[in-house]
Design a protein around this ligand. Structure first.
Ligand code: NAD
Length: 453
């Protein structure tokens, strides 16, 4: 694997940047090698390539683009295990999750782009006008490490389908799966310059991309902090900016016959991917009158979660991605204890027998109130905060009382009630009874992916 080179204008090229970064396997804390960290000059080269390519790439016929994406998808299918393995060693996802969710979702994004191309009307009449959809131009794609391929292909597939050219800067913390994608696109003979990859830090490569006059649009997924920097740096060149940022999603549990199942699934969904999903339901809201039952059920579910080596079949959650993330989560668990929340399960320190690797105990807090730091900040680890509510109005208020607005969950039996509550929640995605699947036994999610693979 060309770990040191960047992919620019259809070739693997050297960077003259002296800076390198170790890629650390979070399960072993050992280095897997180094990547180069690019600089402004590398960004300039990639932008030139993408701009030159845009003239011809944007003119490709729909058929040509469908054929190209179909070829990419075929090669991706063949290399699925490589993609999954790279994800596993990059960020510690257990192998069943890396393969069946994290890698397979890439096939779904490619298929969705192909289907969209087949049916999309690029031009149509409206009153006296002709409305025509044009590709925006050169797109800068910046992605995080937690669902690395999901984020890359959910940007790249529509970008190439619409006739835009792309410069990808994957997360420097988990760069290997992006390099496999690069090999796949190279084999598929994506026209030179239509896809380019530069590794590097957000502060240097990400900033150089966001402020570059030769990039027309930035598509960013990551933390709110970095998203703000991207938007600010993009403003002077009047770029379009699309952002997917952090979350602290509420999960309202109704008091009905699904109570126990809803809590068990809520714990699973929060802990999936070791709690490192932007839309994890990390604030569980339970009726005050049932809080003791809720705590007992949540603890018994947390005890079922096997933390361990991502390579072992029985492992349900692996390590968190890095030492920085490990320390951050430990600090927030301590803050939860100091704030007076009740530690029901898990806590500070590594699980028994897992001294090597960034492993964290699945942790459940009860008696949390929504003003505590553990209810307001995105922890991004296997930590659930359970907050009692007085009545449904109070639950809706608590759910909406967050600076984030990514997702919200409601779980219960009464469809009318669920729909009523859903309409009151201020979030981009509302999951009714875990509708998008997820959970540690991701049946729905796998079904959804199967539909598209
Ligand atoms: P991060 O913001 O630290 O990094 C994400 C990407 O942004 C990386 O490629 C990084 O190099 C780059 N970056 C960092 N600073 C930058 C800057 N100043 N300018 C330009 N680029 C910069 O986030 P992370 O730790 O990699 O990922 C976790 C975060 O991503 C969480 O907050 C999570 O909620 C969020 N996320 C959101 C979604 C979503 O769909 N909303 C999906 C996945 C992850």
């Amino acid at each position: 694997m060309q770990k040191h080179d960047f992919y620019i204008n259809g070739k693997w090229v050297k960077s003259d940047s002296p800076d390198e970064l170790h890629i650390i396997n979070p399960a072993t804390e050992k280095s897997l090698g180094t990547i180069k960290l690019g600089n402004r000059k590398d960004v300039d080269k990639a932008v030139n390539a993408a701009r030159n390519s845009f003239h011809s790439y944007s003119q490709l016929s729909v058929k040509h683009k469908i054929d190209l994406l179909t070829t990419i998808r075929e090669i991706y299918k063949r290399r699925l295990e490589d993609v999954a393995h790279a994800i596993q060693i990059d960020m510690g996802a257990p192998k069943h999750l890396a393969l069946n969710s994290q890698a397979k979702v890439g096939l779904a994004h490619l298929k969705a782009a192909i289907e969209a191309l087949k049916s999309h009307k690029t031009e149509y009449e409206y009153r006296d006008f002709i409305i025509r959809h044009e590709p925006i131009g050169v797109c800068g794609l910046i992605t995080p490490w937690n669902w690395p391929i999901n984020q890359i292909l959910s940007k790249l597939a529509p970008c190439l389908a619409s006739g835009c050219t792309a410069i990808l800067k994957p997360s420097e913390i988990a760069p290997l799966s992006a390099l496999v994608i690069c090999e796949i696109l190279d084999e598929a003979k994506v026209p030179a310059g239509a896809f380019n990859l530069i590794n590097g830090t957000g502060q240097i490569v990400g900033e150089a991309m966001s402020s570059h006059p030769g990039i027309d649009m930035m598509s960013f997924t990551g933390s709110t902090r970095a998203g703000i920097s991207v938007a600010k740096a993009s403003a002077d060149t009047v770029k379009r900016v699309s952002q997917e940022l952090g979350g602290k999603s509420a999960n309202i549990i109704l008091d009905d016959e699904l109570f126990e199942t809803s809590i068990r699934k809520g714990v699973q969904e929060c802990m999936e991917n070791t709690g490192q999903s932007c839309n994890s339901p990390t604030r569980m809201l339970v009726p005050f009158s049932r809080k003791k039952d809720a705590y007992e059920i949540a603890v018994s579910e947390a005890e079922n979660i096997i933390v361990g080596d991502p390579n072992e079949n029985r492992t349900i959650i692996g390590p968190v991605v890095s030492n920085i993330q490990f320390e951050k989560v430990q600090k927030l668990i301590q803050i939860g204890i100091d704030e007076g929340a009740r530690l029901l399960s898990g806590g500070i320190g590594k699980p028994n027998g897992l001294e090597e690797g960034y492993y964290i105990k699945p942790t459940i807090f009860g008696e949390v109130n929504n003003n505590m730091k553990i209810a307001r900040e995105e922890i991004f680890g296997p930590v659930l905060s359970i907050i009692p509510y007085k009545n449904i109005e109070n639950a809706i208020f608590i759910a909406n009382d967050t600076e984030y607005g990514l997702a919200a969950y409601i779980s219960g039996k009464d469809r009318e009630k669920l729909n009523f509550i859903a309409r009151k929640l201020r979030a981009g995605q509302i999951h009714i009874n875990y509708s998008s699947g997820g959970g540690l036994r991701p049946i729905w999610w796998i079904q959804a992916i199967r539909k598209w693979t």
